[in-house]
Ligand binder design. Structure first.
Ligand code: SF4
Length: 167
């Protein structure tokens, strides 16, 4: 079971970037990736055994790349980092993020609500903006199948079970 997160409305995300000049987008290759594989019908992960969690994640990085292009059209400078499991970070991950923060005025989090809270919490010295790009709306149980190339997994949308939180 993982956390099921959905993208916030595109215009709402764009509005939050108003005034930003240098952005660091932090992605999580964990259950945010399965969530986006399901919601956007994208390959989830490469099945290449030589790739680690970060490098095998496809869906979350495709959406990140899409947003990189959108932000560039808004004249915003974009940097990226993938952090495996912001919900349970070592100090070394904090240092990795900290090193990328030169001139950054906005940190955008392409991951679940837990990642948003965690990343905000470990960077109290950062005085810029934090922008959530997804919100967690429930939990999932997914079955993975191979995609049409046979090289990647994807979420089987027919058997997907999503338990939404009561609102
Ligand atoms: S940070 Fe969120 S999206 Fe990433 S693995 Fe943890 S619970 Fe899943």
């Amino acid at each position: 079971m993982g956390l099921y997160s959905e993208m916030l409305d595109e215009q709402r995300i764009k509005n939050m970037f108003q005034g930003s000049k240098n952005v660091l987008v932090i992605t999580c290759p964990g259950c945010a990736c399965e969530s986006l594989s399901y919601s956007d019908d994208l390959p989830c992960r490469s099945l290449d055994q030589n790739k680690d969690m970060v490098h095998s994640a496809i869906a979350v990085h495709r959406i990140r790349d899409k947003w990189n292009k959108i932000l560039e059209t808004m004249n915003i400078n974009v940097n990226n980092i993938s952090v495996a499991f912001p919900c349970e970070m070592f100090d070394t991950e904090r240092e990795g993020i900290w090193k990328k923060l030169n001139d950054i005025d906005t940190i955008a989090i392409l991951a679940c609500s837990s990642a948003y809270v965690a990343i905000k919490g470990i960077l109290p010295e950062f005085k810029g903006k934090f922008i959530p790009m997804m919100r967690t709306v429930g939990t999932f149980v997914f079955t993975l199948i191979k995609d049409e190339t046979g090289l990647n997994s994807k979420v089987d949308r027919k058997t997907a079970k999503i338990q939404r939180f009561l609102s």
